[in-house]
Ligand binder design. Structure first.
Ligand code: NAD
Length: 365
């Protein structure tokens, strides 16, 4: 029997609610496979700062170091509440970026996927969604502006100033591009390279490295797209995209737009893959403080992240597919969560836990 230790970092806001649903699904997978999941909860995020005086406590660091995989709910508070935490301890700076650095999860896979049967959830016209949206954004996750040196203070003119560096070395760029090419090669053999080389020198180097890496992938067609044009194209013609590769901040922003074209960030899971088999899995979205505690959050993003863990960390590809199919079947049966449909639109609305229950029923059927 395979035994896996999984760190469960439920996080803030809607994190704990959607994590419960992900765990329900994991239990079904465990029951019917020769596998044992040891789930260990640990504090992480704003709640951890208030309860433990650190948004990434030592006990959590020790756990993620030995876990076979980590699943993480979203973290963070609303704008006003965030100010109660010192700037450097606020969840992204104090916990999320350090987690990514610790596990060196440089490759972030964000599927943006909506089968034709669910195209009614998209705000885009039916003819734009066509046969469905199915792309994966590959985002560099441990470099660039988010990890560069930062300084702020008073300049020689007596003005407050800030400086943040966007840094990449060639290995960092090569590593993520290889992931993008590998994925493109395993899918439609088309790689959209998202950059801003008309302005940013970092993109010029990025594209230089891309030319070098491309030599090893003669069967993959590279299509260059400036990031601003990509934002428009995602709305006007999303079905042209299959694998998109990009640096950290571009990926942060475009992947949220990905959630927008699907109909909700609640449909956005992700996998954050590192070296030496290290990985963590999280919804792409934030902690949604506006709906926390109301049982209206869509747990698809969390359950989908668990499916990605089954595939990428444990090699359980068929069970991962079963989880996706079960979630999509629930929606295709005429159910919805409240982020995706308005009351009176002919669907039956499900709470967070009702959606999880339906997915479990489907999986067991
Ligand atoms: P958000 O992603 O939390 O929410 C944006 C909108 O999407 C909100 O209207 C929210 O209700 C909705 N939404 C998000 N997830 C949903 C789901 N599963 N079901 C239904 N609706 C959902 O973005 P925000 O409001 O800008 O940020 C809130 C907090 O989250 C901030 O503190 C921010 O720093 C943090 N954040 C954390 C992460 C992370 O943990 N990786 C990522 C992004 C933002």
């Amino acid at each position: 029997m395979n035994k896996y230790k999984i760190a469960i970092l439920a996080g803030d806001g809607i994190g704990p609610e959607i994590m419960v649903e992900g765990v329900k699904v994991l239990k079904v997978i465990e029951e019917r496979n020769d596998v044992e999941f040891e789930l260990v909860d640990a504090p992480f995020g704003a709640g951890a700062w208030f309860s433990h005086g650190s948004s990434f406590p030592e006990e959590t660091k020790a756990l993620v170091d030995v876990a076979d995989a980590v699943v993480k709910g979203p973290i963070g508070l609303n704008h006003e509440e965030s100010k109660k935490i010192p700037v450097d301890e606020q969840p992204e700076r104090g916990a999320l970026l350090p987690l990514r650095a610790r596990l060196n999860t440089y490759a972030n896979y964000r599927p943006v996927s909506l089968p034709k049967s669910l195209s009614h959830f998209s705000p885009l016209k039916a003819e734009v969604v066509g046969e469905g949206i199915d792309m994966i954004m590959v985002r560099e996750l441990v470099g660039g502006l988010y990890f560069g040196e930062k300084e702020s203070g008073i300049n020689e003119n007596g003005k407050r100033y800030v400086r943040e560096a966007l840094e990449y070395d060639e290995d960092q760029i090569r590593n993520i591009l290889v992931k993008g090419f590998d994925l493109a090669q395993s899918r439609k053999k088309v790689l959209h390279n998202i950059h801003k080389s008309n302005v940013l020198k970092s993109s010029v180097l990025w594209n230089e490295i891309l030319e070098e890496v491309a030599v090893d992938y003669p069967d993959v067609e590279v299509r260059h797209t400036l990031v601003d044009a990509a934002a428009t194209a995602l709305c006007l013609n999303p079905t042209q995209f299959d694998v998109m590769v990009m640096e950290n901040m571009f990926g942060d922003i475009l992947s949220d737009q990905g959630g927008g074209i699907l109909g909700s960030l609640g449909l956005m899971p992700s996998a954050c893959l590192g070296t030496n088999g290290k990985a963590y899995y999280e919804p792409s979205h934030g902690s949604a403080p506006d709906i926390a505690g109301q049982q209206v959050a869509n747990p698809y993003s969390m359950i989908g992240s668990m499916a990605m863990m089954l595939e990428y960390s444990f090699g359980m590809v068929d069970e991962a597919r079963n989880v996706w199919d079960a979630m999509q079947a629930v929606f295709a049966d005429g159910f919805s969560t409240s982020d995706l449909s308005k009351p009176g639109s002919g669907v039956t609305m499900l709470s967070t836990s009702e959606f999880g229950d339906k997915v479990v029923e489907r999986l067991k059927a």
